[in-house]
Design a protein. Structure first.
Length: 310
């Protein structure tokens, strides 16, 4: 309950905020504008306390008070597991799945919050209803909430990276027949398989991919392993999940890596791979460099929460 009413603001749009270690990435975007939808972007790099202070200053300077804010947690702050739903009433589902995760979380069960993402019916034909369960320590939720509210923003959601990247991929690509999206960060390649706006599969590939690996004399073998891993997931989506063949893959921007990897995947696989360009979301030309896009990726996806897709 807001005892003193809602503070009026002349600004429109919404804010996406994402945490990556000591860095916070911050985007203000406004879908109501015909041009210039990307209003402000920035990466704050001075650690949580100074970042929180800087965010408050930016919100005040840009008159963003009370704008809706969608936040994305750091990857280390949640545990994402694929689980089969137990046979319990819907009202008891979260509690039952939370109990299933007791061996996968390091804090007491009564100190975690759970976000459930339902996997589409029939994706796992030999099992019951499946969910991706993201377990987050309640202390972290409260910490993020308090910092956003202290900055003067209106907190709409706290989510995970997989869904933020899904927002971006769907904004720029047609997934009606299936879409693979690949995001590489700190050597870890994360694969999402999407169809009709739903997340069917998300997994970390075991093949490490980074600049050092691509410059290594052993890169050909590494690429072959990566292709095998990708193809196995695509085959699983087609044959085991029964969702048809995915023909398109979009790769999130990584400076000095994306373009070469796109070319090599196109040569090595029966799939059309392309680089995701965040600038196309807002018609911002070449305003955001590859480094900007890499740093701001999840904030951009958060800022798109609730926008209509293409």
């Amino acid at each position: 309950m807001r005892l003193f009413g809602k503070k009026q603001t002349t600004m429109t749009g919404q804010v996406g905020l994402a945490v990556n270690g000591k860095d916070w990435s911050f985007i203000w975007a406004d879908p109501s504008k015909e041009v210039g939808q990307l209003r402000h972007w920035e990466t704050l790099t001075e650690g949580d306390e100074m970042n929180a202070l800087t965010l408050r200053q930016r919100v005040a300077a840009l008159s963003l008070q009370d704008l809706p804010c969608h936040c994305v947690l750091d990857i280390k702050d949640y545990n994402l597991q694929l689980v089969e739903a137990p046979a319990v009433p819907d009202s008891e589902l979260k509690m039952a799945i939370q109990f299933q995760l007791k061996n996968d979380v390091v804090v007491p069960l009564d100190e975690i919050e759970l976000q459930l993402l339902e996997v589409p019916e029939g994706a796992y034909s030999n099992q019951g209803k499946m969910y991706y369960a993201a377990a987050v320590e309640r202390r972290k939720i409260v910490e993020v909430r308090d910092r956003i509210l202290a900055a003067g923003l209106h907190l709409e959601s706290i989510g995970i990276r997989e869904l933020a990247f899904k927002n971006l991929a769907l904004m720029l690509n047609d997934d009606s027949a299936g879409l693979a999206s690949l995001e590489i960060r700190a050597g870890v390649a994360k694969l999402n398989l999407l169809k009709a706006g739903k997340l069917f599969l998300t997994r970390n590939l075991t093949t490490a991919v980074d600049h050092a690996a691509m410059a290594s004399p052993d890169w050909k073998g590494t690429l072959d392993r990566l292709v095998v891993e990708l193809q196995r997931s695509l085959d699983y989506f087609e044959n085991q999940m029964g969702q048809g063949q995915i023909l398109n893959l979009v790769l999130a921007p990584v400076p000095g890596l994306t373009n070469q990897l796109v070319e090599e995947l196109n040569r090595s696989m029966m799939i059309s791979a392309e680089a995701l360009d965040v600038n196309k979301v807002w018609g911002s030309g070449t305003l955001l460099s590859a480094q900007d896009q890499h740093d701001l990726l999840f904030a951009a996806g958060a800022a798109l929460s609730g926008w209509p897709t293409s």
